[in-house]
Design a protein around this ligand. Structure first.
Ligand code: BV8
Length: 246
């Protein structure tokens, strides 16, 4: 896969690089993207409906089971070459920040150390009343969702639902990383969900070179803006190989 030599040069000389990833980066690990038709029994539900406090209020069992199904998918999945390439980038670039909208933890499993999880992590569970993380709960009775051992409220996945605020520190760190980088890569995201979708604009506004790598974008490379129609699992390893051939 050919990488634009101008982009390779910018990467080789960049002191700080920030990357924003979306569901498209995990798609090649077999995890359905957020807006793909939900497979199997979830085809009849609107994911934005399920991923909301109202949805949980209305039908806690359904929402808990939807996340249990997704957690199972994530546990079966493996990081793909795109995740691995981003972990390699972190080792190569003086200052590197990875911001992800994904909740699957695959970046960490691929070896990325410093990951800003804007939307939480499906592998963690919290008390829906106290907000504290809960590591174990009684599975004896068959209440679904299980209840918090401390206060008895329903447990919930530790993810940010639509209509909920993003974790303040994570969002602040993400804005800072977007505004102070030389190169910003937006990979595998439809750029629909705010406030994550505003990060590439913030980077561009602060003078960074911005490259968008996606399957639903036309190929248009006019520095400092690059729009690249490619699979993340192919393009990211090719970028790393082009910048550091050894
Ligand atoms: C908030 C966790 C304050 C749950 C998720 C303006 C400002 C602020 C807020 C809003 C605003 N306008 C609207 C809002 C409200 C809302 C929002 O953005 N709605 C959208 C739908 C318009 N935002 C919020 O509610 C946020 N909260 O701002 O709080 C507030 C509160 C109330 C009112 C106002 C403000 C919270 C948003 C977080 C929601 N939680 N996830 C869970 O996962 O269950 S977001 C969810 O969507 C996932 O995390 C997913 O990652 C994310 C974004 O989607 P993408 O990652 O982009 O995935 P998608 O499927 O869309 O696209 C995949 C792309 O990959 C495609 O383009 C495809 O072509 C490409 N692709 C596929 N395969 C590949 C590929 N590319 C490359 N290679 C491949 N192989």
């Amino acid at each position: 896969m050919k990488i634009d030599h101008r982009l390779v040069k910018i990467l080789q000389h960049a002191q700080s690089v920030t990357v924003l990833t979306g569901a498209g980066v995990s798609a090649e690990s077999g995890i359905p993207t957020f807006r793909d038709a939900q497979t199997g029994m979830w085809a009849t539900f609107n994911p934005e409906e399920l991923a909301s406090p109202e949805g949980f209020q209305r039908n806690p069992r359904l929402v808990w089971e939807w996340y249990a199904w997704r957690r199972e998918l994530v546990q079966q999945a493996q990081p793909n070459p795109g995740h691995v390439a981003l972990a390699e980038l972190e080792r190569r670039v003086p200052r590197f920040t990875l911001i992800t909208q994904n909740v699957d933890g695959l970046h960490q499993r691929a070896g990325s150390q410093n990951v800003i999880e804007l939307h939480g992590n499906i592998g963690r569970v919290t008390c829906s009343a106290e907000g504290t993380q809960v590591h174990e709960w009684a599975t004896s009775d068959d209440t679904v969702p299980p209840r918090c051992p401390n206060c008895g409220a329903f447990l919930r996945p530790d993810v940010v639902w639509f209509g909920e605020m993003l974790p303040r520190e994570a969002l602040q760190a993400a804005w800072a990383a977007a505004e102070m980088c030389d190169l910003f890569l937006s990979v595998g995201t439809s750029g629909v969900v705010e406030p994550a979708a505003s990060l590439p604009r913030a980077a561009r506004h602060a003078g960074a070179t911005v490259a968008v790598i996606n399957l639903d974008v036309p190929e248009q490379n006019q520095p400092p803006l690059f729009s690249i129609h490619a699979r993340s699992g192919e393009w990211l390893p090719a970028l790393v190989r082009a910048a550091w051939p050894t």
